[in-house]
Design a binder for this molecule. Structure first.
Ligand SMILES: Nc1ncnc2c1ncn2[C@@H]1O[C@H](COP(=O)(O)OP(=O)(O)O)[C@@H](O)[C@H]1O
Ligand SMILES: [Mg+2]
Length: 351
């Protein structure tokens, strides 16, 4: 099959995406597919360049600076993606972008317009999953428990003050951009004095910021592939929360698959993950993040429609825990995309 892997892009998670995409391209090529790697920020990456980038280790600990991303966004090829031969001639586009336009439904909608198949969720589901506020509203409607929260928007004249946060949520709270990933712009706030600066920091990344009740306890994640939930993973970050450094620095977090849960707890969290997946109308695959309190209650944090596919990432580890290697995982994601009715110009036919 002719497969074009989209990787890199102009989001804060650019480097993570390059690491995911290079690995996916190599795995699909090893399976005999005709693979092209395309970075919407720069263009086609040839195989020699791919190997050099993999060898150099494209991932750094800090996300790229906002000014570097702004520059890339201005010169990006993204608006003309639909006209590029690498996209138009592909049997399927494998989306290895993370964050920003690649994950929020924009690129998905663009591919719908040109009638090219792509892996994972469609544009509406992608946009919903990217928006933590709307996701949580839909989780609650589907009886998937999620922590209480308040939303602050840039436009609103009044921001909740610390008395309001204390009354509605209690300390500590987590302040985070509503539409961002990889723990960028997120902070744990323990006292009213630190609230305003945390909101200002999160506003750098989004015009809407969530203030969410802090859920103490364990960090769990459930990957969904097709219509089944994979083995549950538990994360033991070195820091209190699973922050950017813990996510992407070898040795800063330990993962355990399957997580040490009772049979009932495993069944329950997998059921909640599938319910969350359906609530947002996700498709193909996704990873759903949870916290679990000491008393055994689960709280859904969010759904990731384009979860990391780096060697350290959780979905590949979950697949491995049930005997599915990385190549087989990529192949399955492609098959799930191919199972859709043929795309017509003007939109994907979601059923
Ligand atoms: N309400 C919360 N209570 C406790 N920890 C949280 C909460 N929200 C976020 N975190 C921590 O921050 C990490 C990232 O938050 P998450 O909501 O998943 O956003 P992101 O899209 O950045 O991954 C989580 O994996 C968790 O460790
Ligand atoms: Mg997360």
């Amino acid at each position: 099959m002719k497969i074009t892997v989209l990787l890199g892009g102009t989001s804060a998670e650019r480097d993570v995406s390059l690491a995911s995409g290079l690995r996916i391209a190599r795995a699909l090529r090893e399976l005999g597919h005709d693979v092209t790697s395309l970075d919407p920020a720069r263009g086609v990456i040839d195989e020699r360049e791919e190997r050099a980038m993999e060898h150099a280790g494209v991932m750094k600990v800090a996300p790229p600076s906002l000014s570097a991303l702004e520059h890339m966004t201005r010169t990006s090829l993204s608006p003309s993606l639909g006209t590029l031969p690498a996209v138009r001639k592909a049997d399927v586009v494998f989306l290895a972008l993370h964050g920003g336009a690649g994950e929020d439904g924009t690129v998905q909608a663009l591919l719908d317009m040109v009638g090219v198949r792509y892996t994972g969720s469609g544009h509406l589901a992608s946009a919903l999953a990217m928006d933590k506020d709307l996701s949580k509203i839909l989780f609650r409607a589907a009886q998937v428990p999620t922590a209480d929260w308040l939303l602050v928007s840039q436009a609103s004249a009044v921001r909740p003050d610390s008395a309001c946060v204390e009354r509605e949520l209690g300390w500590p709270v987590v302040v985070k951009p509503s539409k961002q990933g990889s723990t960028v712009g997120l902070s744990v706030v323990r006292a009213g004095a630190d609230l305003a600066s945390a909101i200002t920091e999160a506003m750098r990344y989004d015009d809407e910021v969530m203030i969410e009740r802090f859920v103490p306890g364990r960090e769990l994640t459930v990957s969904v592939l097709g219509d089944r939930a994979l083995p549950v993973g538990e994360i033991f970050p070195r820091h209190e929360i699973y922050d950017y450094e813990c996510k992407y620095t070898p040795g800063m977090a330990r993962e355990e698959f399957p997580a040490k849960l009772s049979a009932n707890e495993t069944t329950e969290i997998q059921r909640l993950a599938l319910a969350a997946f359906r609530a947002l109308k996700l498709d193909g695959y996704a990873r759903i993040d949870f916290r679990m309190t000491e008393s055994g209650e689960f709280f859904c944090l969010e759904a990731n429609t384009l979860p990391g596919m780096t060697p350290l990432s959780l979905l590949p580890q979950a697949a491995a825990a049930m005997g599915m290697d990385f190549g087989a995982l990529c192949e399955r994601i492609v098959q799930l995309a191919m199972a859709h009715p043929s795309p017509a110009i003007g939109g994907r036919h979601d059923t």
